[in-house]
Design a protein around this ligand. Sequence first.
Ligand code: SF4
Ligand code: SF4
Ligand code: SF4
Length: 360
Amino acid sequence: MSAFQVKIVGDFCNLRCKYCFNCNGKRSTKTIMHLDVLEKVFKVLSQSKQETIRVHWHGGESLLAGIDFFERIIAHEKKISDKRFVNIIQTNATLVTKDWADFLFQNHFHIGVSIDGDEAMHNLNRVYENGQGSYKDTLRGANILRSVGFKVGVICTVTKETIASGKKGFLSLVKNDFNSVAFNAFHEESDLFEVRNVSNNEWLDFLKDIFDTWIELNDDKIRVREIDRILAWVEGRVANTCAFKSTCANWFTIDWDGLIYPCERIGRVPKFGDINKLDSFDEIFQTEEFANWSHKLHILPDKCKKCSMVELCNNGCTSHRIKKDEIPHFVYCDAQLSFFDYIKDQIGVYSKKKEVICNG
Ligand code: SF4
Ligand code: SF4
Ligand code: SF4
């Protein structure tokens, strides 16, 4: 089942996060999807055989498109009565007002907010153009969203500068009542960013620290994506994430101008087509560009072919594979294997805690 990330404002953003890979100047260019292109997006999606269509309304900062733009989105969706649209926004939350929160809640959006731990960790990287940290504005926005009824999930990016403070950052999020957290290790293969990249050992120590803290917290309401997906595996379930389910080839980005790429974490290569020239999205699946790219995606390095965790890990997130390898290999492979062993060793402790929680 395909899912779509529609970059309605391109890379346009009100923040200047230091690790943002949209940092090539485009964040200051006001690009907003033309209403004709939006209409075409819905025309093409309406031809899909899927009954449920999942759309991530993306940027940059997608709220910069304005409420009017989102009202158009809802109007289009209402006209396509044979489909169910699931709308998702990942936002820096600095622009959230009560009006925004009411609108998004009434229209059943799902919301994720990017918060990088505590104030000091967050403000180290997530800054405005004048260098001022955005933490207070982000927290204010997240609290407005919660005040109208949203359960706000958090994506917390960790870089080499913040990774040692993982426990502190996690506890700060929990203290602020964020119960659903996903951690992203920062890794970008470019001279510009290399200095921020998290190493295998750092990522492993971080994950162990977060797991131990989660056990100490002893609260099943607190969900951490990185722990959940390994526990799911240990318990014989498959975690519902694109990397682990090997569904990367089902994710498409539609840029503000209509050009179509893979998941936005991969960037703007390869280019699969232009929404303005399509009648149905199926035409993309028939292109040579897409066939070649998705074929390569599923070629596994020898180490993965022999790995007992391959069904869980599938060589990791595509954006975290080392591009210069002949067959790109997951950069955090070693950390993943060791973390899996660590959880297996600790599972007795976890089960006891779970028993206490369930019976308590
Ligand atoms: S909020 Fe997102 S798009 Fe904007 S600068 Fe930060 S990382 Fe980049
Ligand atoms: S690049 Fe990673 S996050 Fe994006 S769809 Fe592929 S596996 Fe998922
Ligand atoms: S843990 Fe390592 S070897 Fe195993 S599937 Fe993942 S990347 Fe491949």
